[in-house]
Design a protein around this ligand. Structure first.
Ligand code: F6R
Length: 592
């Protein structure tokens, strides 16, 4: 959802560093890119398109100076064009601003600025910011004061970085409801939407809170509140390493991250102590409510099956964007579990803020220090490392691992923990045979519709498989509870329609096989995902993706999603799509 970077270096050229950093944020948007550096004037290079395309066209690193700001865009106001690309400037071109967020009252601000004579060039909401800063700077205020005055007028969300020709050597940043971190290197200072962007330069991070401003210059970093008072901030040393944000020889981040899943599960399993501690602190609850979006919502659905079937604790799962209709149903005996990879999803944060005064809140999050981790009462980290591919993979299996551990410690089902210990090896065995899945992908790459079916614990797996397919192959995919097919969707099964049936050994196995037969009777081509020793399944399906027979139904979601991720990944590659950057999507959705 747009990424911003700023840096002040110790006499090194800033533009190549800004380019390198902003490339790490490309997962946040890839509609356009731009860099601005100040000296006797503000130099800007920007255009629509992916970073590499724009760089090849305009030479983004060919800008003077040892400081500057940069932006990758996920368009909200104004279609992707060069003019709508950031950085945006004031009338004189002396002030440049990059912005992530949405300015809700931009129309009235724009009208008023236009009536005062300001000339706008773009269709964006962002452009009001440099013009407002210009308005205040022409009254004699400095950049910092002018940014503060401008932000006082703005309604909406923002993380911004602003520079001025009149104050070279200074970057002013601020945040409200969009992420912004500060990096303190050796005599060099950074601003960024996310830590992986600057890991090559420093891992000393300051997390800014809403309503805080930061002033970067050659002598250091000062954080202030909107009253201009200095705030002492803790510097966190984060353990993520630069290579975690590199492809390391893989063709795409997505396939690298799929292969990192055994490690991600192993690392998350090491959170056992924190989980035990949180379980002991939470105390009595009589209801669980998961709140999440997208893939994190699917992980939450597995949570419902676990809490209800193993503990008998009533559990709701609510899409964060729909939560406001249910907020009143939460009380002090409800544990609201927020699941979010980024910890910055606007819908999820809004739900958390609605309920945190009235209920116990636990956030299960991957990104260290993200907003959700600072606002929830309890926090559990998934230890997946940075996830760069837009489609969530390793963070999903880590979320599931966390949820299984939570349920195991609450219900004292230590057998579940024992089973979780086997998951990394079971995944590794599957990943060693991915060539088979690649062949299946080649066979079905021309399909226009796919169905994914499963019962019980396999139903959310079917939903997540369908979401992965839609996101990165642009093929229509629907996930259904297998028993629900006959209530409507069966009408869509025709000759050759591919149906992925998730059929682990266990209670639901035989019933799901009956559904597979119903599909076959209508000409559907079934790709079965089940035990490699399941002769019954094998005889019913066109293609079988076989997994370790020891994986039982309850624990199956963690491993059974892997072949579905691989299927989508290889179809995407076969179709010539970049799975890391699917169209219209961004990894971190900071708008509602
Ligand atoms: C799908 C995907 C999205 C996210 C959703 C929530 O592959 O990545 O559906 O799961 O946008 O994001 P987080 O988990 O960061 O709150």
């Amino acid at each position: 959802m747009c990424g911003i970077v700023g840096c002040i270096l110790n006499n090194d050229k800033a533009a190549p560093v800004l380019l390198e950093c902003v490339k790490k944020l490309e997962y946040r948007g890839y509609d356009s890119v731009g860099i601005a550096t100040p000296d006797s004037e503000i130099h800007i290079k920007k255009d629509k398109g992916m970073i590499d395309e724009v760089d090849a066209k305009v030479g983004l690193s060919d800008l003077p100076g040892d400081m500057g700001i940069a932006h990758v865009r996920w368009a909200t106001h104004g279609i992707p064009t060069k003019t709508n690309s950031h950085p945006h400037t004031d009338c004189s071109g002396d002030i440049a601003v990059v912005h992530n967020g949405i300015i809700e009252n931009y129309k009235e601000l724009k009208d008023s600025l236009q009536s005062e004579g300001h000339i706008f060039k773009s269709d964006t909401d962002t452009e009001v910011i440099p013009h407002l800063i210009e308005k205040y700077m022409t009254t004699g205020l400095d950049l910092e004061e002018s940014v503060k005055e401008a932000l006082n007028l703005i309604h909406g969300s923002y993380a911004i970085a602003a520079i001025s020709r009149n104050e070279p050597g200074k970057i002013v940043g601020a945040r409200k409801e969009s992420p912004l971190i500060v990096g303190k290197g050796e005599n060099e200072y950074f601003l960024a939407s996310d830590a992986p962007a600057i890991l090559n330069h420093t891992n000393n991070i300051i997390y800014l809170e809403d309503g805080e401003m930061v002033i970067l210059n050659k002598s250091g970093v000062t954080v202030k509140n909107m009253l201009g008072e200095i705030i002492e901030k803790e510097v966190h040393v984060i353990t993520w390493t630069p290579d975690m944000a590199e492809k390391s020889g893989y063709d795409h981040f997505m396939i690298k991250e799929i292969h990192e899943q055994p490690e991600a599960v192993k690392n998350t399993l090491m959170e056992a102590e924190d989980i035990e501690e949180i379980v002991s602190q939470i105390g009595d609850v009589d209801k669980i409510c998961f709140v999440a979006c997208g893939t994190s919502y699917h992980a939450s659905l597995i949570g419902k099956y676990l809490f209800e079937s193993l503990i008998g604790l009533p559990t709701d799962v609510i899409l964060a964007s729909e939560f406001k209709y249910s907020a009143k149903a939460m009380d002090e005996k409800t544990l609201v579990i927020i699941i979010s990879q980024s910890g910055e999803t606007a819908d999820t944060l809004k739900a958390l803020r609605m309920v945190k005064e009235q209920s116990k809140t636990l956030a299960i999050v991957n990104v260290l220090g993200s907003t959700a981790t600072r606002e929830a009462e309890y926090v559990l980290y998934t230890r997946a490392g940075p996830e760069i591919g837009v489609a969530a993979t390793k963070t999903y299996v880590s979320q599931l691992t966390c949820i299984y551990m939570l349920v195991a410690y609450i219900s004292k089902r230590m057998d579940l923990i024992d089973e979780l210990q086997n998951v990394p090896q079971q995944m590794t065995s599957l990943l060693e045979n991915e060539g088979h899945i690649k062949k299946i992908a080649q066979k079905y790459k021309y399909a226009s519709d796919f169905f994914f079916i499963g019962r019980g614990f396999s139903y959310p797996t079917a939903l997540e498989g369908a979401l992965k397919l839609k996101e990165i192959t642009y093929i229509h995919g629907e996930g259904y509870a297998a028993g629900e097919l006959k209530h409507g969707p069966l009408a869509l099964i025709d000759d050759g329609v591919p149906v992925v049936a998730v059929v682990p050994p266990g209670e639901t196995h035989d019933k799901t096989l009956s559904n597979v037969e119903e599909v076959r009777a209508r000409g559907g081509h079934v790709i079965g995902v089940g035990s490699q020793e399941d002769g019954d399944l094998k005889s019913e399906v066109e293609d079988l993706i076989g997994l370790d027979p020891e994986i039982n139904e309850i624990i199956s979601p963690i491993t059974y999603i892997v072949p579905l991720q691989l299927l989508s990944y290889y179809i995407s590659v076969e179709k010539g799509i970049d799975p890391d950057k699917p169209k219209n999507l961004a990894k971190c959705v900071t708008v509602e």
